[in-house]
Design a protein around this ligand. Structure first.
Ligand SMILES: Nc1ncnc2c1ncn2[C@@H]1O[C@H](COP(=O)(O)OP(=O)(O)O)[C@@H](O)[C@H]1O
Ligand SMILES: [Mg+2]
Length: 643
């Protein structure tokens, strides 16, 4: 079974044009070129005109030669010369217009293709981007799209021109002397055979070359993103070697590719020499023999025709071998369109729903990787307009639950509903609009802080943005930095500063459901207290879900879920869970212990009011219960900005 599959694939690959290639070409034509049919016909007409010029040139040359050899009228000769000049002037003009037009048609087609690629990418699931390297996407959108534009435009237009020249001039030669023509083309099958041989290896090499290029781009992107880690761990040499190895693979492949392509030209030269020999020998005999209607002018013209045909024929052969490489590229670009989004609106999806209702997770099964299921029959109720906390060890699935609520992934089984409406029945846009989130991994764009905050609600007024920035304790930094961009991925900011931008975004968006995933984990205690006060105000009348590592931060929650490797093991209020004396009470005790022992990290610089035991608990409660006091604590602001 497996073997037949392999064999089938192999034989398909060895054909010059597989069914897949044909399908891709038809797709390219129908989606991007068909609407330009009129212009393509104009181009074709001009190309035919160019081919016609050669045929006329040959005819005139033959006549011109007869003038010289036979009757010798100077005015006739002059007329022939002028006509030849005129013909080539026409050909020259067309040579300018055809590339102009074809580049225009091709650029337009490729712009459409790129637009479609970008639009399509936007529809794809998050999961696609989590399994695909950026390099592969860039390769398709940048390099391969550009390659295709060359191919669709100039390369193809030139090939059509050359093919037309070959056909027209060959036709004329065939008409002048079928016998000599047959002698000249008797060697053509050798060329075809050679091309067949070269084609399949070109395809294989090209596939490897494109993969190598993609890997190289991934390497560059990983290296530049991870430079901090590279430097700190002193792995510059390793990274350098890795990239240099990639470049040498690319070099080898590109040499192999061009060597394979170059095989075509010498074989054509050899074949041409053979053809000339046959024609000169055979033609010479025909001139000398009285049995044939062939004179000196005829044979010279025939040879000239062959010479004229030779260069275009070489180009066409070259084009056909390069076509193999372009087919690989076309297939690669089109493969992006084979990726289909799975998270899409139902046809009758709802735009309105009760955003303040309970969120219910019912019998949910989910896994990132089928081999290791994460949730199996997960059940939770997150009460509407209340604060629910989810705690648990790292990797227990807290972040995943938040992702599932926003339908970043589809559940495999079971259902999540908000206010009684299953989220799969909602318009994705409406669903996501009902969330503000401070994610665990914050994305900052290389723009000003202001623009980064505004990103989540572009229509917000300046006052609203300032208010959000003040609440998130980032306003001071905005005033200090002004419009300065933050560097790629916000690299010029500290973790705490990025986190405050994310919190400001949540304030600005102020959607009915608030998701806080370790939202204040990178803040120092004093800033955290103030920000938490503001967050507590923000979460009023909103369904709030807090994921926090520090349990002291969530003791005020209306409901706490304790998660352990994808399972809810305990649930209740802080007091209930403490009374239960299970996992939660154990974790809480351990954390309190470490704070009491004077763990300098989170408590450094914290008010001494926390003396008297339960420091962690006190700070958390204080933030939740007396939110109004905190933001007025002005003198601390400068210190907070520096964190
Ligand atoms: N995008 C992802 N693709 C594959 N596996 C993932 C992905 N995100 C998380 N995981 C895995 O799922 C499990 C739960 O992760 P997560 O929900 O982030 O845990 P937590 O937020 O509780 O630390 C972990 O084992 C993690 O390795
Ligand atoms: Mg997490």
């Amino acid at each position: 079974m497996k073997l037949t599959f392999l064999r089938k694939r192999k034989s398909d690959r060895h054909r010059m044009y597989s069914a897949q290639d044909k399908d891709n070409l038809v797709w390219l034509w129908q989606r991007y070129l068909k609407q330009k049919t009129l212009w393509l016909l104009v181009i074709l007409g001009l190309i035919l005109l160019q081919g016609g010029v050669y045929q006329q040139f040959l005819k005139l040359t033959e006549n011109g030669l007869r003038v010289i050899f036979d009757n010798g009228s100077l005015s006739d000769l002059l007329r022939v010369c002028l006509t030849v000049f005129f013909l080539f002037a026409v050909r020259g003009l067309v040579s300018y217009v055809v590339p102009r037009l074809s580049i225009w048609v091709a650029s337009d087609a490729v712009q459409k293709l790129r637009t479609d690629l970008v639009s399509h990418l936007m529809t794809l699931d998050l999961a696609y981007f989590e399994r695909t390297n950026a390099g592969e996407i860039i390769l398709r959108l940048v390099n391969q799209a550009q390659d295709l534009s060359q191919f669709v435009g100039l390369q193809t237009a030139n090939a059509v021109r050359d093919a037309t020249t070959v056909v027209i001039v060959s036709g004329y030669l065939l008409y002048r002397s079928p016998l000599l023509f047959t002698a000249a083309v008797v060697v053509v099958p050798i060329i075809l055979l050679m091309m067949q041989l070269v084609s399949k290896s070109i395809k294989d090499i090209m596939t490897s070359a494109e993969n190598a290029l993609g890997a190289y781009m991934n390497g560059i992107e990983e290296m530049s993103n991870g430079m901090r880690t590279v430097k700190i761990s002193g792995q510059e040499q390793y990274e350098r070697d890795r990239l240099v190895r990639a470049t040498s693979i690319i070099k080898d492949l590109s040499i192999r590719l061009q060597s394979a392509q170059a095989l075509i030209l010498p074989s054509m030269d050899l074949v041409a020499a053979f053809a000339y020999m046959l024609v000169i020998g055979g033609g010479g005999y025909m001139v000398l023999s009285p049995d044939y209607d062939m004179d000196g002018a005829g044979i010279i013209t025939f040879l000239l025709g062959l010479a004229l045909v030779f260069e275009p024929a070489r180009s066409v052969a070259n084009f056909l071998t390069r076509l193999q490489a372009n087919l690989v590229i076309l297939n690669s670009v089109r493969s992006l369109f084979h990726e289909k989004p799975t998270i899409v609106d139902k046809p009758d999806a709802l735009a309105e729903f009760d955003t303040g209702g309970d969120i219910e997770i019912k019998h949910v099964t989910f896994s990132y990787d089928p081999a290791s299921p994460l949730f199996d029959d997960l059940n939770m109720v997150l009460p509407g307009k209340k604060i629910t906390a989810i705690v648990g060890a790292t990797g227990s699935g807290k972040t995943t639950i938040l992702s599932l609520l926003a339908r970043l992934y589809n559940v495999e089984d079971g259902e999540i509903s908000i206010g009684g409406t299953p989220i799969n029945d909602l318009k994705i846009k409406s669903l996501r609009q009902s969330f503000s989130a401070v994610a665990q991994d914050i994305v900052i764009f290389n723009n000003s802080i202001w623009e980064n905050i505004k990103y989540v609600r572009p229509e917000a007024t300046d006052e609203e943005i300032w208010a959000a920035a003040e609440a998130a304790e980032i306003a001071e930094l905005i005033r200090a930095r002004g419009d300065m961009p933050l560097g790629p991925k916000g690299s010029q900011l500290s973790g705490g500063q990025k986190q405050r931008i994310a919190i400001a975004r949540a304030f600005l968006r102020s959607a009915p459901i608030l998701l806080l995933d370790e939202a204040t984990s990178a803040l120092d205690q004093r800033t955290e207290d103030r920000v938490k006060g503001a967050l507590a105000r923000l979460s009023r009348d909103k369904t709030t879900i807090i994921v926090a590592h520090r349990l002291s931060a969530i003791t005020h929650a209306d409901l706490i879920y304790v998660l352990d490797v994808g399972k809810v093991v305990e649930q209740g209020t802080h007091e209930e869970l403490m009374a239960l004396g299970g996992l939660y009470a154990g974790m809480y005790g351990a954390q309190k212990e470490s704070y009491n022992l004077g763990d300098p990290g989170p408590l450094a610089g914290a008010p001494t009011a926390q003396a008297g035991g339960g420091a962690g608990e006190t700070s958390g409660d204080a933030a939740a219960e007396t939110p109004e006091d905190a933001p007025d604590d002005a003198p601390d602001q400068a210190a907070a900005v520096k964190s």
